[in-house]
Design a protein around this ligand. Sequence first.
Ligand code: SAM
Length: 300
Amino acid sequence: MIPFPLKFENRVKNDLFLGEELLTALNTETPTSVRLNPHKTKPNLPFQKEIDWCQNGYYLTERPSFTLDPLFHAGTYYPQEAGSMVLDSILRQLDLPEQPKILDLCAAPGGKSTLIASFLDNKGMLVSNEVINSRAKILRENLSKWGHTNVVVTNNDPEHFEKIPNFFDTIVVDAPCSGEGMFRKDPDARTEWTEDNVQLCAARQKRIVMDVWDSLKAGGYLIYSTCTFNEDENENNVEWLLNNLEAEIVSVELKEPIQKDRIQKGFYCIPGKTATEGFYIAVFQKIGKIPSFTSKFAYN
Ligand code: SAM
């Protein structure tokens, strides 16, 4: 087993919110879970139990070889870490129009986008975007397997979306992060972690949200998530965004063992407490007047 980065280990040991049990949990086996495609045949998988916070989400008793299973390639299910499936419960609590327009900004390989596509169930539109071209191709493949016609895959930088102001009802920013929550599933994440990278990620996350903020309608929701445990990329970014945007936190209900964050604004899935990898999520609502047509888009 690759050891934890020392600075990460010491930080967690001194963090009463996380506790040393997290380190123990990160050295145990990772739970396997899938989300079924409600429009396709039910696959024959070793189901264990339903996931409380996601329709069609299931834990499996073991990890089959998904890539050898034709029903995986047919898009009948998507192997997805259970913490990420909290998004389903959140989307179902939002006050959305009948035909919502949703942007999944950092979407590859497509876990959240396939979830959103099932949530929309062919209503409205999903723009599923990925900035890295090679990853956008994988995203496109996964979404075509999933099989909805109201989905557009794009390959844009977040700042390109400022050309469509006041457009989306919801934007999901599943931000690139330092990946502390993946230390169990992906041992390489342990070797790649540095304190400097945490700071780089935190700055990039703020920039990404600021870049797309204009394309969110007034009254629309921005769902921010990471798969990491540190305050800089989570709570501190949430506070910074609240101080720099016309936004407020939306109070959603998620049941124990999912827990409120250190500032009671977002939520964590913490391995050892939840049968998940590490996941953080917070929901903002844009306040303020619907902007008048003074954007670059209107005059181009
Ligand atoms: N949402 C995906 C899912 O559920 O399958 C996982 C997304 S992963 C956490 C973050 C994504 O952000 C990666 O696909 C990565 O390529 C992309 N990314 C990296 N740098 C970015 C940037 N500067 N702006 C936007 N996205 C970026």
